[in-house]
Each structure stands twice: as C-alpha cells, then as structure tokens.
Write a protein that binds this ligand. Structure first.
Ligand code: SF4
Length: 317
C-alpha cells in the first residue's frame, strides 16, 4: 500500500474529537439535549455501544449525557500517547526507560487538555491522593514496560500512528475511527495494530474483539483498495498478541453487519424507541440513574419522533 494519506487524516494531540460522537466527560454548556442531531456516522466504539445496549447508545450519541472519567480509560489514553510519541525518537533510542520517561510529560498534557481528570485523584487527604496517583502511574509504567516484551519498536517504522480514518460506503453510511498504528512492509502489505491496556479476551470472545479491527480493515480497504494483510491486537494487560489475517469475504460480512446495525439505529432514531439491554456490563454504566432497568427515567427525547405506520413526525416526548 502506498503511504498516501488521501482520505485519511493523522489525528495528533491537537486534533478535534476523533470518535463518533464520543460522550462528553463534562456537562454540555447548552444543557441536555439542546442541539441534538441524528447520528451521521458510525465508529467501532459506538457500534459496540449499540450492540451492547441501544439505550446506552442513545444516552451517549443523542443525549450526550456526561460521563465520569475512569482511571482505567484515562490510563489507556496515557499509555497510548506514550507509545505513539516514542516513535518520534530514532529507532535505537526507543527503549523501555525512554518510554517510561515520557509518562510524566504526557500525563501533564492530558491533564491540561482535560482538567476534569484532576477529580480522579482528588482526596481531602493529600497524602492519600498522592499515593493513589503514584500507584496509578506505576501501573501505567508496567503496561508500557510489558509492551517491550511483545513488540520491538527499534525494528518498527510505522507508516501511521493514531490515524483518523473515515470512509463512506456505497450505501452512504459513513464509517470513522482511529487506528493506533499502521505498518506497511516493503512488499506493500499492510498491518493494522491496536493497543489494549486490558487483558486479552477468552478465545470464545475473540470474535467481538476482532470486530473493531475488521471495521478498520474495511475502512482501509474502501479508502485504499487494499485488504490489510494482518490485524493485530496487542494486550498490554495480559501480555498477549492476537492476530487475524482477513480475507475480502470477512470484510464484506462486517459491511453487511454494519448496514443492519445502521438500519436499526436509524429506526430507533426516528421512533425514539431505544430499548435498554441489561447485562453484567451495566455495572460500568454511568447512566443507571436514568435507566428504566434501574428505576430511572430517561431525559425527554430531544429529536422529533415518527410514530411507526403514521408516516408523520411529532415532537419528542
Ligand atoms: S444501565 Fe445497562 S441497560 Fe441501562 S442504559 Fe446502561 S447499559 Fe443499558
């Protein structure tokens, strides 16, 4: 694959929102639901939200309800930033000590960009707050160190890092997302790499983990007319590497799946019928207080609804 960036935009630290309508971690200034618009594109994260629970998708994409920052997700962002920046150094200097030395600076940058992250380590007891932060940073160091047991950055020369990609399918459906790393071999073969700071899933759940990678492979295929040779998930939490070599039929299946998903999202958007789907993942959901499954009431639906069969629209309830 040529390394042209036609149709793809590197997403540096200054880039705007890169995920598809990712939930804000602070309340929108204009108030809940104000300025709500129907979803216009799909990212792997938001597709995953809808598959997990349609109501969760609504809360995140349409209502844009704020969510509290989490230690794990923030550590993931920090570790991703460190691994990305390490490639700024000449190949021979991409060592574990160098990578770990980047952590404090990247943490400062992250806190500057998102001041609300300070609340993660807020504690009336200053010593307790300091210890909590130190433990959290030490875990980030362990994750960064583990990466060196899985890949050797002195032998890698990524074609792209933190690459924002967007492609429109023939149907009009727009797909977008961020690819952590793209490697291109001298033969032109493309490898898409994603870092995960969690643990590798059990084999029976590997398909779910690969969905995101096949999504990206489909986008790259549509943009560059090249099917990536390899998809690679690097699990820093458990020290595993999961790979998959896709064929066009795999990606066509993903495309069909995304079309049905998008059709279901379109229908729910028009009717306002977003069903909760409770699972054990509800334990991590920030929106239990407004979820009917937990005795809550969702905020008024901010988009016009169409009553099925009536062909007419009305204001949201
Ligand atoms: S609590 Fe569970 S069912 Fe309710 S919105 Fe969140 S994920 Fe969905």
């Amino acid at each position: 694959m040529e390394t042209s960036t036609e149709g793809v935009v590197p997403a540096g630290p200054e880039a705007g929102p890169v995920d598809d309508a990712a939930p804000p971690s602070v309340a929108p200034e204009a108030g809940r639901g104000v300025g709500a618009v129907p979803p216009a594109s799909l990212s792997p994260s938001r597709a995953g939200d809808f598959m997990q629970c349609p109501l969760l998708y609504r809360f995140r994409v349409i209502d844009k309800l704020p969510e509290k920052p989490s230690e794990a997700a923030t550590r993931g962002t920090l570790v991703h930033a460190v691994l990305e920046r390490l490639f700024d150094a000449p190949a021979t200097e991409r060592t574990a000590p160098r990578a770990k030395s980047l952590i404090p600076g990247q943490w400062d940058r992250l806190r500057e960009a998102r001041p609300e992250l300070a609340e993660l380590f807020a504690d009336a007891d200053e010593q307790a707050a300091g210890e909590k932060l130190a433990g959290w940073l030490a875990e980030a160091e362990r994750l960064v160190e583990r990466w060196f047991t899985l890949e050797d950055p002195t032998r890698l020369e990524p074609a792209e890092r933190e690459l924002f990609v967007e492609a429109q399918l023939d149907s009009g459906l727009k797909l977008r997302g961020i690819i952590d790393r793209v490697d291109v071999a001298p033969t032109g073969e493309v490898r898409i790499v994603d870092y995960k700071t969690g643990k590798a899933p059990r084999p029976e759940y590997a398909e779910g983990a690969l969905f995101q990678m096949k999504f990206y492979a489909l986008v790259v295929w549509r943009l560059k007319q090249v099917v990536p040779r390899r998809l690679q998930l690097v699990y820093l939490g458990s020290g595993d590497v999961l790979t998959y070599d896709p064929v066009p039929a795999d990606l066509e299946r993903v495309e069909r799946k995304l079309h049905s998903l998008w059709e279901a999202i379109r229908l729910a958007t028009e009717t306002g019928d977003w069903r909760p789907r409770p699972t054990k993942l509800c334990g991590w959901c920030d929106h239990r207080s407004v979820c009917p499954e937990f005795g809550g009431t969702p905020p008024p639906y901010p988009l016009p609804v169409t009553v099925p069969g009536s062909g007419s629209g009305s204001g949201g309830a």
